[in-house]
Design a protein around this ligand. Structure first.
Ligand SMILES: [Zn+2]
Length: 418
């Protein structure tokens, strides 16, 4: 179709007003109109490949071209409505929308797979058909943790297509994996994958490094759906340089870990990277803009105990050490860990029976806790020096478990243990 012009839009607008129909937009187009961070071209191409929403390989390039024209001109409702009519664009059902997202995700996973080891290269990586042989690297200990919490190897976790904690069951071969290491270099994790956890500096470093790698890699995959802005990549590069150098030099003390022991096994496992907005006294944390200070957390069930590893770079000691000390002195460890994980960590796994009994009833509250934090931070630049200023709408008491979420429950004897 020939490119859209202002004249065509004006004619459409006149007709739509005269006929009393108004501007008819599919719902996904409204989302596009309100949230400019969506990678909408990728989304429309995904729809076209699946022949959804009125899009197909024959019209998608024209639709994208016309949408760019309208969006660059301010994204007027009549411009969008005109495009919807021109190409007969339709709404997407929830199922179709989830299918499109799943397809975009799997394409992103293929495009982003690589070996992140600092010594990676064609002579050091395991190779297959001239490319690094990337495996499904586990972000949580495969052999031990999934034996402890799985039900015949199955665990429950967040549904990646919908972002909901809806009881989706995953097999151990896929759960918690990411395609970010080759077969050879994945052996770097043997001290935490194969060896018994005894709390050595090397093990603490590797748990933090793996939480970092997993989160960084998944974010790169997510970038096919959302635009995170120009800053996060240079931020990631700085953190990566610190981890890479330490890994090669075996400098395990670049990571500081505060380890908390719960005196029984809970069939829950989690790992993730995040930054805290407040401490347990509701004080605002002052965070860097050049390199963001992150916490690397791991929840690690063992035979008769559960460990919560609260790690951060040693250079961020002054920021996060007091928070670990607050947790130690508050005497409400399971409640505090629950609040932190519910708000910040999506890579979390449960035994299926335990999930049904204790966690499903909390699913809405966990979702609310995540929404409280997600996307609430915003950096604006102001003042004479254009200083970055962090704006946040997250409630001040969010770490004090305002949604009353308890992830740790004692189980009746024999009821859950796989
Ligand atoms: Zn490699």
């Amino acid at each position: 179709m020939e490119p859209l012009t202002k004249k065509i839009i004006e004619e459409y607008a006149m007709k739509a007003i005269m006929s009393g129909k108004g501007f008819m937009l599919p719902k996904w187009m409204l989302a596009l109109f309100f949230d400019r961070n969506i990678e909408w071209q990728t989304y429309l191409e995904g729809c076209a490949q699946m022949r959804k929403a009125g899009l197909h390989p024959g019209n998608v390039a024209d639709v994208i071209r016309d949408l760019e024209f309208v969006l660059n001109d301010g994204g007027s409702p009549q411009g969008l409505g005109c495009i919807a009519e021109r190409y007969d664009l339709q709404n997407l059902s929830i199922a179709d929308e989830a299918a499109v997202v799943t397809r975009i995700r799997s394409k992103a996973v293929n495009m982003e797979e690589r070996c992140w080891h600092p010594a990676a290269g064609p002579t050091t990586c395991a190779m297959k058909n001239g490319r690094p042989d990337i495996i499904n690297a586990h972000s949580l200990q495969n052999a031990k943790v999934f034996n402890l919490i799985g039900d015949r190897g199955n665990v429950v976790w967040m549904n990646k297509a919908t972002g909901e904690l809806d009881g989706t069951i995953e097999g151990r071969s896929r759960a918690s994996t990411f395609r970010g290491m080759c077969k050879t270099h994945d052996a770097v994790f043997n001290p935490i994958e194969v060896e018994e956890f005894t709390g050595t500096d090397q093990q603490y470093f590797l748990f933090a490094y793996r939480a970092y790698l997993y989160s960084m890699h998944v974010k790169r995959e997510m970038r096919h759906q959302r635009d995170f802005g120009p800053e996060w990549e240079s931020d990631e590069d700085q953190t990566k340089a610190i981890f890479d150098k330490a890994l090669l030099a075996k400098q395990w003390d670049v990571v500081e870990t505060q380890a908390f022991r719960l005196p029984r096994k809970y069939p829950v496992a989690a790992t993730g990277k995040f930054y805290l907005e407040r401490d347990f006294l509701e004080n605002r944390l002052v965070l860097g803009h050049d390199r963001r200070e992150f916490v690397y957390a791991t929840l690690l069930p063992r035979d008769s105990e559960t460990w919560f590893l609260f790690s951060y770079l040693t250079q961020d000691h002054a920021l996060y050490r007091p928070i670990g000390e607050q947790m130690r002195s508050r005497g409400s460890l399971t409640k505090d860990i629950s609040a932190m994980l519910a708000s910040h960590v999506e890579n979390m796994y449960f035994n299926p029976t335990y999930f049904e009994q204790f966690i499903r009833p909390l699913a809405d509250r966990i979702k609310a806790a995540k929404e409280e934090v997600n996307g609430n931070g915003l950096t604006i630049y102001g003042g004479p020096d254009q200083q970055p200023l962090e704006v946040s709408w997250t409630r001040e008491d969010y770490l004090l478990n305002p949604f009353d979420i308890q992830l740790f429950h004692d189980q009746p004897k024999g009821a859950v243990t796989p």
